[in-house]
Ligand binder design. Structure first.
Ligand code: SF4
Length: 327
C-alpha cells in the first residue's frame, strides 16, 4: 500500500444511487449528507497535507506538539493530523497540549476526557495566567496581548520539556487573510501570518498546517464530529473589534464573490516584488533597460490582463437607472 500526505485532488465520491439521481427519501437525504461530509473530510486532509508538504512542515521522527485550546480550529487540527499520521510517508508523533489558564468556569475535565477516549498522548499545563493578567491590566482594557505573550512563553517551555520538535497551531486561511488586512489597514505593512516560522526565542519551529483550510470547513467539521467545544469567552475579554470587522468584511466578500479568499491566499504565494514599492525587495534605484525583450516585462501602458468575471459577477443584478422626477 502506498502512503501519501496528499490524497487524490478529486473530491468527488461515487454516486451511490447508481443512476445519477439523488434518492428522494429521507434515506436519500442521509446519504447526501454522508457524501458531503466525506467530501469535506477529503478536502480538509488534502489541503492540510498539501500545506505540510509545500512547506516541509513535518519530517521523519518529528514530535509534533498540537496546541489544543478547546476551540473548533484546534480540535480540527488534531483530528486531521491524526488522520494524516495514519497514512503519511513519514513517521511522526503527536502530543496534544492544553494550557489551563485558570479562567473562571474553565471546564477542566473536558479535554482530558476527550483525549483519553481518543487515545492521544497529552499534557495539561496548569498555569494561572488569568490572575496575572487581571492584576496587571486595568479593568476595561484588552487583556489579550499580555495573555498571549504569557501563553507563548509557557508553550515554548512545555515544548522543550516534552522534547517536541514542532509546535502546531490551528490558524487557518481566514486567520491569515484577516491578519494580512489588519496589517495593511492599521500596521502599514504587507504582512500576513506565516505557515512555518522559527519562534521568537529562536529555539522552536512553529507550523500552521491549516494554512490553506477555510474557516467555514472547520466550523462544519466541528459540527460533523461534535467536538466538545470550550467557549473562548471565559476570560471576559472583548474580542478585538478590528479583527472582528475585518472577519465580517472577508465573509461578505466571499459570499458575494465565491473564490475571492482562495484567490487572496494564492496572491500571498505569488508575490511580484518588481510591482510593489519595497526598495529592500527590488532595486528600483539601479533599474536600467537591459535592451532585451522579455514577456515577463511590464507593459507599462496596457491595462492588466485580468480574468473574465466569474459566474458570481455575472449573477450580480444589473445597474438600475432611476430617473429622478422633478417635483
Ligand atoms: S480572549 Fe482571553 S484567553 Fe484569549 S487571548 Fe484574550 S485574554 Fe487571553
Amino acid at each position: 500500500m502506498t502512503t501519501t500526505w496528499v490524497d487524490t485532488p478529486n473530491d468527488a465520491t461515487p454516486d451511490r444511487t447508481g443512476d445519477g439521481t439523488a434518492p428522494a427519501s429521507s434515506a436519500g437525504q442521509t446519504l447526501r449528507i454522508e457524501r458531503e461530509n466525506h467530501k469535506l473530510e477529503k478536502r480538509l486532509c488534502r489541503l492540510t497535507g498539501q500545506a505540510i508538504v509545500e512547506h516541509n512542515m513535518i519530517g521523519e521522527g518529528d514530535k509534533v506538539m498540537v496546541c489544543l485550546s478547546g476551540g473548533k480550529d484546534s480540535y480540527g487540527l488534531l483530528d486531521i493530523l491524526l488522520k494524516l499520521q495514519a497514512r503519511a510517508p513519514v513517521n511522526f508523533e503527536l502530543v496534544a497540549v492544553n494550557l489551563d489558564q485558570k479562567q473562571p468556569g474553565f471546564p477542566e475535565h473536558i479535554l482530558p476526557e476527550y483525549l483519553t477516549q481518543l487515545g492521544v498522548p497529552f499534557h495539561i499545563e496548569n498555569q494561572d495566567t488569568y490572575s496575572i493578567v487581571r492584576d496587571k491590566i486595568a479593568p476595561g482594557k484588552t487583556m489579550c496581548s499580555l495573555c498571549s505573550r504569557l501563553r507563548r512563553g509557557i508553550l515554548y517551555r512545555v515544548a522543550s520539556e516534552l522534547g517536541a520538535t514542532k509546535i502546531a497551531l490551528g490558524h487557518h486561511r481566514d486567520d491569515i487573510l484577516a491578519t494580512l488586512m489588519l496589517n495593511m489597514f492599521f500596521g502599514g505593512k504587507l504582512k500576513g501570518m506565516p505557515p512555518k516560522l522559527v519562534s521568537d526565542d529562536g529555539r522552536h519551529t512553529v507550523i500552521r498546517p491549516l494554512a490553506y483550510v477555510a474557516e467555514k470547513d472547520l466550523i462544519r467539521w466541528a459540527q460533523v464530529k461534535d467536538f466538545p467545544i470550550i467557549p473562548c469567552s471565559l476570560c471576559g475579554s472583548q474580542e478585538n473589534l478590528q479583527r472582528k470587522q475585518v472577519g465580517i468584511m472577508l465573509k461578505e466578500w466571499e459570499k458575494k464573490f465565491p473564490g475571492r479568499l482562495d484567490n487572496m491566499l494564492h496572491a500571498l504565494q505569488n508575490v511580484v516584488p518588481s510591482h510593489l514599492m519595497d526598495r529592500q525587495l527590488f532595486p528600483f534605484e539601479t533599474l536600467v533597460p537591459t535592451g532585451v525583450a522579455s514577456d515577463e516585462g511590464d507593459k507599462a501602458f496596457d491595462a492588466d490582463d485580468l480574468p473574465e468575471p466569474t459566474t458570481a459577477f455575472a449573477k450580480l443584478p444589473t445597474l438600475q437607472v432611476i430617473q429622478l422626477m422633478p417635483n
